[in-house]
Design a protein around this ligand. Structure first.
Ligand SMILES: Cc1cc2nc3c(=O)[nH]c(=O)nc-3n(C[C@H](O)[C@H](O)[C@H](O)COP(=O)(O)O)c2cc1C
Length: 159
């Protein structure tokens, strides 16, 4: 069984609802085991056990939240052990062009530093899934797509 972990921070529930849609997309791919966890319930062992890690955060001043950054900073203790895992990102912001893309990139950047594999998306929302406040149906579909794409890439890597 291939394991995908979806980790999110969320204060008012918007990013949480995106996490649920991301998980739906993962589950659409056969042979996937998905776990969805709040960032404060996520351990370094959880990160290490996953084959794919999808991180979501509200946009806070154009970056990921301090809670998610805290988990990433703690992950220095397992630096090198996430090498080759597949990563993806999602965010909810309060407005359009108000920092969502820089937030996605702030997450993806840390994945690259960990040696993880991040697939872009040529069609739309190139850096990951983004929603303005609570995700509408189109944004939920973008989340599902991110989950499905990540799961398919992990499946390809694992043969
Ligand atoms: C500390 C803080 C900083 C924020 N910074 C931004 C920002 O830079 N750009 C933006 O569009 N929204 C910003 N917001 C709004 C949140 O990104 C937005 O409300 C989001 O939907 C919250 O997600 P959540 O429901 O998962 O907590 C900020 C909110 C807070 C509390």
């Amino acid at each position: 069984m291939v394991k995908i972990l979806v980790v999110y921070d969320s204060k008012t529930g918007h990013t949480e609802s995106m996490a649920a849609a991301v998980a739906e997309g993962v589950e659409a791919v056969e042979g996937m085991q998905v776990a969805v966890k709040r960032v404060d319930e996520t351990s370094l062992a959880d990160l290490q056990a996953a084959d794919g890690i999808i991180l979501g955060s509200p946009t806070y001043y154009g970056e990921m939240s301090a809670k998610l950054k805290g988990l990433i900073d703690r992950s220095v203790d397992i630096h090198g052990k996430l090498e080759g895992k597949v990563g993806a990102a999602f965010t909810s912001s309060g407005g359009v062009a108000c920092g969502a893309e820089t937030t996605l990139l702030s997450i993806i950047q840390t994945m690259l530093i960990h040696g993880m594999i991040v697939q872009g998306r040529s069609s739309t929302a190139h850096y990951g899934a983004a929603a303005v406040n609570a995700p509408n149906e189109e944004e939920r579909q973008s989340c599902r797509d991110i989950g499905e794409r990540t799961a398919k890439l992990v499946a390809r890597i694992h043969g």
